[in-house]
Design a protein around this ligand. Structure first.
Ligand SMILES: [Zn+2]
Length: 259
């Protein structure tokens, strides 16, 4: 998924490249300005390092994505992703009304995200933080939700990504990752989903509006869908057993609530 941020970074990199190239060419004719060229190279390296360190997770995601897709075109034309649903993954379901909702309410101290203003307030108070791609998962372009979770839910999600990768270590699917299709929704966003998909969104308060839930829709894999799904199943299962998350398998995704 290309984002505005990626385009800006690419534009910046190209600008730096052409400025240096220009200086280099002038340098060949006029040796007196060589010091400016060296200065420019040093500044460019510092800016480059800054870009890489700030976008490390994005860069590793692009590399993984390239590897998987490149390999997919080389070996077969089949789609290298498989869906995560109540049909493809088998879990012990936790009751939505009996566990997901009351526990989401409890662990957040009842901080319900009614609207954008509340979302902003919780972000300023650091009750919610921004999440991004990390080892083992990628957040899709989100239509009706935003990339925010509570700090502890964020930590759990990172743990899930690491566990998933650990389960695939040493296999051809070591670089597989799962896709997150929905994260935190304000009540207004939840209403829009209710209207668009009457059967899929809960009528009552959603755990997505507490900032502790994500939906996992697919797994991107290199060689084996089955092995990648198994690795995800095992990781989720383990964390459920450790009381770190609750599971609600759905028709189009796996809904998780982090505890
Ligand atoms: Zn959900």
């Amino acid at each position: 998924m290309i984002r505005n941020q990626d385009i800006l970074i690419l534009a910046l990199v190209l600008l730096i490249f052409f400025v240096n190239l220009g200086l280099f060419v002038v340098c060949l004719k006029n040796k007196a300005i060589r010091k400016y060229f060296i200065g420019s190279i040093i500044i460019s390296l510092i800016v480059g390092l800054f870009i890489v360190s700030n976008n490390f997770s994005r860069i590793t995601y692009w590399i993984d994505k390239y590897r998987i897709e490149n390999n997919a075109t080389q070996t077969s034309s089949s789609n290298k992703s498989c869906s995560c649903t109540n049909k493809t993954l088998h879990f012990q379901r936790d009751s939505y009304s009996g566990k997901h909702r009351p526990i989401a309410k409890k662990v957040t101290g009842g901080r319900f995200i009614e609207d954008k203003a509340k979302l902003q307030e919780y972000l300023e108070e650091k009750q919610l933080v921004t999440i991004s791609d990390r080892k083992g998962y990628h957040i899709q372009s989100l239509g009706h939700s935003s990339k925010h979770l509570t700090p502890s839910a964020k930590q759990r999600l990172e743990e899930l990504g690491s566990l998933f990768r650990e389960n695939l270590k040493g296999t051809p699917d070591a670089k597989s990752y799962f896709l997150i299709s929905s994260v935190t929704r304000t009540e207004a966003q939840q209403c829009k989903i209710r209207k668009a998909y009457p059967s899929s969104a809960t009528r009552q308060k959603s755990t997505h509006s507490y900032g502790v839930s994500v939906d996992i829709s697919r797994v991107m894999y290199k060689k084996s869908c089955k092995n990648s799904l198994k690795a995800l199943e095992k990781a989720i299962d383990q964390m459920q057993g450790e009381d770190k998350l609750l599971i609600c398998p759905e028709k189009t995704c796996i809904h998780l609530t982090f505890i």
